[in-house]
Design a protein around this ligand. Structure first.
Ligand code: SF4
Length: 317
């Protein structure tokens, strides 16, 4: 993982607000900055509504930004349009939770996988078919899948097809948005192993978004923990269970791992739901659920600060 090199992607002060019917604004993503390095898998984890999927849509330009910048290899791609945007999508691909939604049910798997190659006029129909066969083999599917329709294959096989399609254009970055969340645990593990193997083989960079911390940690080198549109902690995955300090990260951890904290013995389980992002104007977004909340937490938003090498936290503690 080449951290010393220039990052592939730099996200700077990204903010996304949505207008609500009641005239209020919902801040789905609030001043988020991070970098993705070549060959890295960066995990983004948090509960539903924390802004992680909005980030995925912004990065693949399915959503616009309210403010902030996306820099890809030193080029600002935030506001690309038309053909420039289309060409850029070759390099930044996305895998969704439910791949079937992006498949045309009347197309055979062969055509679903070869469609991007034909759309970008990269090869003839015959060559694209040969390539589709190779791509399916790379994701562990045999030639007979070429002639099947999406409804004739399982959820795990559909996700393999989605991966084959995503890598067909030889992207540099793949954004996986809850890509394994709908799969059974054993199939989930197989798909993650496949993603890891492809990453090594092709030098891909991933942003792996999920709500299950154990799954995200399994594949990621670094993890961003998000709460209510903001980053609350960034930590190397191999230090997650021992060094995490944010009360929200520790609560997430305690729900999936046996955690022995360095600093205290008791880890609170989070209760209740997050407040609405449209009501959060000041203070720490986690204050209503945090057992360690202080006066200051209700008044001032904690800024993200580096507390150790590659370890950032936004908390007044
Ligand atoms: Fe809890 Fe305060 Fe830290 Fe927020 S800033 S997580 S309320 S201690």
């Amino acid at each position: 993982m080449g951290k010393e090199k220039e990052p592939v992607l730099k996200i700077r002060n990204l903010t996304k607000k949505f207008d609500l019917k009641n005239g209020k604004k919902l801040t789905a993503v609030d001043n988020v900055s991070f970098e993705l390095h070549a060959g890295e898998c960066l995990g983004i984890v948090g509960e539903s509504g924390c802004g992680k999927s909005t980030i995925a849509k912004i990065l693949t330009q399915l959503e616009g930004v309210t403010s902030g910048n996306i820099i890809y290899h030193n080029r600002d791609i935030t506001h690309l349009k038309g053909e420039e945007l289309r060409q850029n999508r070759k390099k930044l691909q996305m895998i969704f939770q439910d791949p079937a939604e992006s498949f045309n049910p009347r197309m055979k798997i062969r055509d679903i996988v070869s469609e991007p190659l034909l759309n970008f006029k990269l090869m003839s129909k015959r060559e694209a078919e040969v390539q589709a066969k190779k791509l399916l083999a790379m994701v562990g599917l045999t030639e007979d899948f070429m002639r099947r329709y999406p409804h004739q294959i399982s959820g795990g096989q559909k996700q393999r097809v989605a991966i084959a399609r995503a890598i067909s254009l030889e992207p540099e970055v793949i954004i996986c948005d809850e890509a394994t969340s709908a799969l059974d645990v054993s199939i989930q593990e197989q798909v993650i192993r496949l993603l890891k193997d492809l990453q090594k083989e092709k030098g891909l960079s991933y942003i792996f978004i999920g709500h299950d911390l154990a799954v995200v940690r399994n594949i990621s080198h670094r993890i961003i923990v998000m709460y209510l549109g903001r980053i609350v902690e960034v930590i190397d995955s191999n230090k997650l269970t021992t060094d995490a300090v944010h009360p929200y990260t520790k609560a997430l951890l305690s729900s999936v791992f046996s955690v022995k904290s360095k600093n205290d013995t008791e880890i609170e389980i989070i209760k209740g739901e997050p407040p609405s992002a449209s009501d959060m104007t000041h203070g720490c977004g986690f204050s209503s659920r945090c057992a360690k909340c202080m006066d200051k937490c209700l008044k001032e938003k904690p800024e993200l600060k580096e507390i150790a090498t590659n370890h950032f936290i936004a908390c007044h503690l």
